[in-house]
Ligand binder design. Sequence first.
Ligand SMILES: [Fe+2]
Length: 356
Amino acid sequence: MAEIQIAPQEPAVRVTRSPLRGLTGLALAGASTAALLGVYAYAIEPLNIEFACVEMQINAPGRLPARGLRILQLADSHFCGGNRTARERKKIDRIRRLVDGLEYDLLIHTGDFIHYDSGLELVRELLAAVPAPRLGRYAVYGNHDYTHYNMLVTLPRMWRTFQNLETARNRGANPLGRVTLAASRLPRFVWYVRNTPLDGKPIGANDTDALSALLQEMDYQVLHNRSVHVIDPSLPLDIYLAGIDDLGQGTPHLADALAAIPAGEPAVLLSHNPDIIAHPALDRVDAVISGHTHGGQLQVPFWGPAHTQSAHLSRAQVSGQFSRGHTQFYVSRGIGEGIPLRFRTRPQVTLITLYG
Ligand SMILES: [Fe+2]
């Protein structure tokens, strides 16, 4: 009879994990993910400029070519120069490649050419990189073309404004209401920041005269509260292109911008800031082309755009196409940024084809 041998069993080893090791692992994974996202938002997405095509239909029968009027829009270049020069040159090179061989009728820049005066030479390089079309180059100014800001004090400034609003609210509230207001103050402040244009502190003027001289030299017409008649019977083409000065830092005047346009004539308005949507006389305009919002710059899960930079747009209108009444809007996410981060809001140049 065969002998059955039974191997001696090794005593079971009990492995115990320290909960601290698990937490450390989680923290390391979180920090690595945050670092990777930070690198992407700083070094990759802001340079990854897209070429966008949109179509806009306005009520202008017989005034626009059957193939549409092709308007190439640049917006919010925000050039700083200095230690950002190499990064900004990469953007210009990318745009040069994107528009190489492209056919368009009008070229526009809807403002925020510069962030600081030190970015002016890069503006020159950008404008030289995008060829002039047959029907001309037009521009309006943005707030940054007039002013530079300290954004580091934005939140304290907004907290002060919010507190002033709270004081007024508290004055009208009963004791129970005051307790409720105090208990909900922080989340309401978060909501306030989410839905209010960021309030950076203006700390100096940019040299708008030098920018004007450069634009003149580069054959750009600044539509400073005025319009031009864009006409070419051979296409056919017969519309008005108007521009309004920046709503925040400029001297905007919509009536002046539209004064030379006869009643009932088709009108397209360039306005750096899309908050022109709130102007009661805007229904005179068939289309508005804007920038300013940068698409919120960061599209955060469960939050949406980090900010809209607008007092009158809904969060869904932070970029892209929408309409109010018969007025069509297009808001570009722009090329550049002050705070050099973008997440799920790629910069863009846009070819807008306008149909009548
Ligand atoms: Fe801007």
